[in-house]
Structure formats: C-alpha cells, structure tokens
Design a protein around this ligand. Sequence first.
Ligand code: ADP
Ligand code: MG
Length: 335
Amino acid sequence: MPASGAGRHGGTIAAMLSEFDLIKQYFQRARPGRAALGIGDDCALLAPTPGMQLAVSSDMLVEDRHFFAGADARMLGHKCLAVNLSDLAAMGARPLGFTLALALPAAERDWLAAFSAGLFALADAHECELVGGDTTKGPFNICITIFGEIAPGHALRRGAARAGDDIWISGSLGDARLALECYWDKYPLDVAALEQAGTRMHLPTPRVELGQALAAGPIAHAAIDISDGLVGDLGHILAASRVGATLDVDALPAGPVLAAQPQEWRRRFCAAGGDDYELCFTAPPQRRAAVEQAARASATPVTRVGRIDAEPGLRLVDGNGAALTMALAGFDHFA
Ligand code: ADP
Ligand code: MG
C-alpha cells in the first residue's frame, strides 16, 4: 500500500531496486506452488483440504527486541518462519502457507538474497509456501502470518490438560538463553560453546512433525510451544485447563552446552530460559508408548518431566522429589 501522503513508495526503497523488483527477485518463485493463487494479485487464494479447519497465527520479529542490528540475514530468514511454524506445531496443525510483511530501512541485495535463502530453505523443508505479503521502507520489522490445517476436534489446545496427565518436553532447553546471557556479558562461555549455544538461539527447530503426530493420534491432550520459558508457558496450560502441576526440575533436558554448566544455572535456564521453541505437552500415562512412538516417527526426542495435578499451582521439585523454591518468571515484554 502507498505511504500516507507521499504517493507510492515503490522506488523510494532504493534507486536500483523498486518495491516490485524486490518482491519479484527475492520472494516470488517461478515454480508453481500448492496455493490456488500465490504472490501477484490483491489476495492469495488458499484451498485447505475439504473438512479441515484453518489454523492461523502471526509472529513478529522487531530489531533490538527479538534480534540484534546486524544479525545474520540467513539465520533471520530461518528464525522468523521457525517461530511461526512452532505455533502450528503446538496446535498439531499441518503447514500450508504464510505471508511476509517486511519493513526494511534499505533494500540491500546481499541481505535480501541471504534472508530469502534462509526463509525458503525452511519453508521448503515443511512444504509451507510463501503466498503473499507486504513490503515497505521503514524501521526494521518482520511479521509472518502462517496458515495450517487441522481436523476438527484434534487441535492441541492449552485448556485440554487433565489431572493425572504426564508432562512432556521435546528436544532440549536452555542453550538459547545461555547464549543470550553470554551476549549480555552475564555468563562466561568459551568461543566454541557460545557458537554452539548461539546456533540454538538463531536457528530454532520447530517441532512440526511431532506436533502433528501428537494431534493425529490423538495422543496428547494439551500443548504449547516454549518461547518465553517453560515455567511461564506451562503456566498458560495450567491456567487455561484450571489445573496445577508438579515439575521435576532435575528431569528437564538441558541443551548440550547448558548440560556442562553448574546445577544452579542448569535448573534456572531449563525452567525459565526462553527462545527454546520446544513443545511442552500433556498426555495420559496410558499413552506413554504412543508418545514415544510419535517421538521416534518424528525423530524428535521427548522427556517426561512431571505430572498435572488437580490442585492448582506449580510445584517445583528436585530429582528426589523434595520441594524447590526458585524465583522464576516467564518473559514478558511489558513487565
Ligand atoms: P497491494 O498494494 O495490493 O497491497 P502490493 O503491491 O503490496 O499489493 O504487493 C503485490 C503482490 O506482492 C501481492 O500479491 C503481495 O501479496 C505480494 N507481496 C508483497 N510483499 C511481499 C513479500 N515481502 N513477500 C511475499 N509477497 C509479497
Ligand atoms: Mg501491499
């Protein structure tokens, strides 16, 4: 859309690269996609499988808030889609397509080439098609809206946990937070460890196949993706389901870098890290074998870390079952 009061803004992005050239060169692909109509008209047209529900989610990445100025463009392309795929995963939905709204301070060819390469590598891995978007000059901001589909009644909703359910975590936790603490100069890591932990922060793996397997069974009751730290995100399941939980903090699967750090930090960054993009889900104990089968089928490790209780509140315990008191809170942009 045109900039207010300034006529069309195509051409003001960069003398060499008009808005439309930019879209055509870096975001419109020659090969036919799955959408009924992709990039190029006023709207895209999606054709979900008849009888399925659409699952829709948006996630925005803002410079200095979610990524640093000068962040690697290819990794940014991966991450902005990964965090959206992670929301579909947490619902158990199958990805269909996404739109990309991009505000850029300048149209730099190298940046655009690397960004779109990272974006499309992940999009293609999940057969999730870029079907449209918006492009403007402005403060650096990337917003994706993603569309998936799921059979009615199968979505893994936050309010569906029941007393007696096991609590499970996919993959591992805490390495992304460890990297962030190191960037902040609050935690020392050597160069190799920071590189490894930083990869977890910059290139999260959305657990899309696991989410779909857990929903299709149906195997899991409730799920959420862990973006703001486990304790805070599990808290959303507990509140929505009107239940409580007991969480074995020493059972939490620490990422490989965090696993080599002292216990206090392992506990803290596993329980309240952030940027993990793992799934936290609940399932009845009689479905343990089915959970493990879904994990194998999706090549995603899972760990049982606690239990849903009828009694409200979250009780943290150590490996021996003794109560732990830790001051932990989920990440809140306005707190
Ligand atoms: P309109 O002015 O009708 O909003 P635009 O000129 O903004 O249309 O966009 C032209 C076409 O390019 C549309 O189909 C739009 O969805 C698509 N588009 C714009 N920006 C992007 C982007 N960053 N990625 C993918 N498609 C885009
Ligand atoms: Mg537009």
